[in-house]
Design a protein around this ligand. Structure first.
Ligand SMILES: Cc1cc2nc3c(=O)[nH]c(=O)nc-3n(C[C@H](O)[C@H](O)[C@H](O)COP(=O)(O)OP(=O)(O)OC[C@H]3O[C@@H](n4cnc5c(N)ncnc54)[C@H](O)[C@@H]3O)c2cc1C
Length: 409
């Protein structure tokens, strides 16, 4: 087990500074343009691919960093640059993790390279779980996957929504119901390969923030994928379903809601994104407060402004510490007995919303315009309290761990 320390090691500092340089020189200058265009920033993704930031190798290196701080550090720096562009860069990683976590070695080797493409021809991937009637309540999912034994194919039908990179992805990872009686235990994940007939993009959403990240519905109409596209394989699925049916028959373990438990380990990463946005807004506000003069002195000379900045900085540091704790616990296999992953995401995302609003206030009229980046950061920050489990769902998860078996609804 790696020794606990609050300090990044030299290698991590080097990676952090490299990422910060990319965020400052490439991402931040492009942020306003792609926010206005509301389009995927392909040239920026390509730049990231050229320098090695947009690649499985980079993601895997950070993921397997033995201190657990590789991913949170990377997320903080990239999202400090700009949340919408950074999500376009790391969105593929969410789908790739789905394959890494559940796929066979062959599936990992076949599909993950196709998710990223290469620097001359970059591709993206999408993870499609949410549906119009199954957001927080993942167990209500309706997209069905039916096995056609004669052809060894799975047939997928349904509508997915809110999919980051949905419809423009080269590879889609789709979660579908294989046994409706088992709630979320009856779900399985499938690869939908490039160009598969029947998969189409529904509406593309016009969003409040993270507008450089593409979000759309994905419609699956008799989509046929080979048996080899079931992540983990049929044998493993059959065993898992048999165990779940056995438990259900025995009236045992309540079927858990996947949205509440499955994402626990990925939540600190979202917390780190929120820390990046909050830190970015805080820095702009601090800079403004020391240079803007009113009543013959910098506005930071007013305790009312300085105390706001003190609170902003304190909350950001507290959020980062919760994120680092959860990330350290995850890499060291410590169970989240008090939902520490959810705590980090809840606190960091609420902090980002609050700090970005305070930054607008400190910039006064300028803060409210698109001449300055804080209004964009505030719009962007709102997503953190919604995706990968809303703040209410995080509180629910935390409360349940505290209540010792009392069914809190
Ligand atoms: C920009 C964006 C990108 C996304 N990317 C992806 C993606 O790539 N893949 C994917 O699968 N999904 C994605 N999502 C979906 C996201 O995870 C869902 O929006 C989220 O889980 C909430 O679901 P919902 O929108 O249906 O809200 P609902 O579940 O309908 O919630 C509405 C409100 O009710 C509250 N609520 C619901 N249940 C409870 C409860 N039991 N107790 C208290 N309050 C409750 C919620 O907190 C919320 O405030 C994305 C969403 C957005 C906006």
């Amino acid at each position: 087990m790696a020794e606990f320390t609050m300090e990044l090691n030299d290698e991590q500092k080097e990676v952090r500074d490299w990422l910060h340089g990319f965020a400052a020189d490439v991402i931040r200058p492009a942020a306003a343009e792609w926010d206005e265009r509301e389009e995927t920033p392909w040239p920026v993704i390509q730049e990231a691919a050229k320098v090695g930031i947009y690649s499985l190798d980079f993601y895997a290196q950070q993921y397997f960093d033995s201190t657990g701080l590789g991913i949170p550090m990377a997320m903080e720096e990239l999202f400090w640059g700009d949340a919408g562009i950074a999500l376009s860069i790391v969105g593929t990683g969410l789908a790739a993790v789905g394959v890494l976590a559940n796929g066979t070695e062959e599936q990992i080797g076949t599909w993950i390279p196709q998710m990223y493409g290469d620097a001359n021809d970059v591709k993206v991937a999408a993870f499609c779980s949410s549906e119009p009637d199954a957001g927080s309540d993942v167990a209500s999912m309706r997209t069905r996957a039916v096995y056609d034994e004669a052809k060894d194919e799975w047939v997928l039908n349904g509508t997915k929504t809110w999919a980051t990179n949905g419809g423009i992805a080269n590879v889609h990872v789709v979660v579908a119901v294989v046994d409706p009686d088992l709630g979320s235990k009856g779900h399985a994940s499938f690869i939908v390969p490039p160009g598969t007939p029947g998969l189409g993009q529904g509406q593309k959403f016009k969003k409040h923030g993270i507008r450089a990240s593409h979000t759309a519905e994905v419609v699956l109409d008799d989509v046929r994928v080979p048996g080899s596209c079931l992540l983990g394989g049929k044998e493993k699925l059959d065993e898992r379903l048999a165990r779940a049916r056995e438990r259900a028959r025995a009236g045992g373990e309540r079927v858990k809601n996947a949205a509440m438990a499955t994402f626990e380990a990925s939540r600190p990463a979202v917390g780190a994104m929120a820390v990046g946005t909050a830190r970015a807004a805080y820095e702009v506000a601090l800079d403004y407060a020391v240079t803007r003069e009113q009543f013959g002195r910098p506005i930071i000379d007013n305790q009312g402004v300085a105390f706001q900045l003190a609170d902003m900085r304190t909350s950001i540091d507290a959020a980062r510490l919760l994120v680092w704790r959860a990330s350290w616990m995850a890499i060291n296999g410590k169970p989240f007995t008090a939902a520490e992953g959810s705590m980090s995401k809840l606190f960091a995302s609420e902090t980002a919303k609050k700090v970005t609003a305070q930054a607008i206030q400190i910039l006064g009229g300028n803060g409210y315009t698109r001449e300055y980046p804080v209004e964009r950061m505030h719009r962007d920050a709102a997503i953190y309290t919604i995706f990968e489990g809303t703040s209410e769902i995080q509180r629910l998860v935390i409360a349940r761990t505290l209540a010792g078996g009392v069914a809190i609804r």
